[in-house]
Design a protein around this ligand. Structure first.
Ligand code: ZN
Length: 117
């Protein structure tokens, strides 16, 4: 098949010499001129990179959420065990010290430090 001398670029619409279009490995040439093909490839690379970064961000986010979901009940249980131990200690030593119920359910440790009144 004889090659044409010129071709119209599908993007910029300009009529350019056939050599201004990238050769395809299976014969013939692309329908975008080299300039437009480069811009197109750059654009596609940027999109793929943005998509990959977004996918990575979502993956990390869901991983963090999963780890948090696993850790919170465990940490709450550890805290309950610890506070029950403290409670038992005070009871063994016949010291009057009773934690209000909310101390066992999520009040930060710093906010519930010991008070020796
Ligand atoms: Zn073009």
């Amino acid at each position: 098949m004889k090659e044409p001398e010129t071709q119209v670029c599908r993007d910029c619409g300009e009529t350019k010499p056939y050599e201004a279009f990238v050769k395809r490995s299976k014969g013939g040439r692309l329908t975008r001129c080299k300039e437009c093909q480069n811009a197109y490839a750059r654009q596609r690379r940027a999109e793929r990179k943005a998509n990959a970064l977004e996918a990575l961000r979502l993956e990390r986010k869901s991983k963090m959420e999963r780890l948090t979901a696993e850790a919170v009940p465990r940490l709450q249980a550890e805290r309950r065990t610890y506070l029950e131990g403290v409670e038992a200690h005070y009871q063994r030593h016949e010291t009057y010290r009773v934690f209000p119920a909310e101390f066992l359910h999520g009040v930060p440790m710093e906010a519930s430090g010991p008070s020796y009144e």
